[in-house]
Design a protein around this ligand. Structure first.
Ligand code: SF4
Length: 211
């Protein structure tokens, strides 16, 4: 067992449970077209744009945030505001360009006032993300912020309990760090984020760069 791994979800090799809502959709494009008019929760009536996610559909690295903000809702693209600029800098610091990874969020529509996603919204939207992950089939995921990590990992742990290590989840190596919006509010956390993404890059180079 590699040091630092937590096999707290599925054993390696176990497969995703097929979501019957989207399991028949075989490409990201199909999934996008099947969900872009989604009204499965109240946010569907409030959005200006559906924010599916973007990037390399075959990337080994998927980056997941919490939900679109105002800029993302206006443009229909993930991480395009100040948080997005900081995310691009963070990725470049570990030698990934934005287009090298796939970037998306737990929720595809903006919660009003950027409030935290409510439980029924998380439950309604999560199947879309799970199918995205199945179709991309990444080796590594970077979860940005406690909320994104709690939803995807289905736990209630604090940021300090989740960051700084590799978490094995559904045969994917998951890293958790601060959301860029939190780093803009608390620059003191940038050093910890730097440590987290350095760990991710080291792990990628060690296990997956040569694939
Ligand atoms: S947030 Fe997700 S579940 Fe809710 S309407 Fe938007 S796409 Fe559908």
């Amino acid at each position: 067992m590699q040091q630092g791994f937590l096999f707290d979800k599925m054993a390696p090799g176990e497969e995703f449970e097929e979501k019957k809502e989207y399991g028949s959709l075989k490409t990201l494009d199909d999934l996008y077209h099947a969900t872009k008019e989604c009204k499965n929760c109240r946010l569907g009536d409030l959005r200006n744009n559906y924010v599916f996610g973007e990037g390399d559909p075959k990337s080994k690295v998927v980056v997941v945030g919490e939900a679109p903000g105002a800029d993302e809702d206006a443009q229909g693209r993930p991480f395009v505001g100040r948080s997005g600029q900081l995310l691009e800098k963070i990725l470049l610091a570990i030698k990934f360009r934005r287009q090298d990874v796939f970037i998306c969020n737990i929720l595809k529509c903006r919660p009003p006032g950027n409030r935290e996603p409510q439980q029924d919204e998380r439950d309604s939207c999560l199947p879309i993300l799970l199918r995205q992950i199945e179709l991309i089939n990444p080796k590594i995921m970077l979860l940005l912020g406690r909320v994104a990590a709690n939803v995807l990992l289905d736990n209630k742990q604090s940021m300090s309990a989740m960051r700084g290590k590799v978490i094995k989840w559904k045969n994917i190596d998951v890293f958790v760090t601060y959301h860029p919006a939190a780093l803009l509010r608390n620059p003191n956390w940038k050093r910890l984020c730097w440590e987290d993404v350095q760990l991710l890059r080291k792990h990628y180079d060690e296990y997956y760069a040569a694939d």
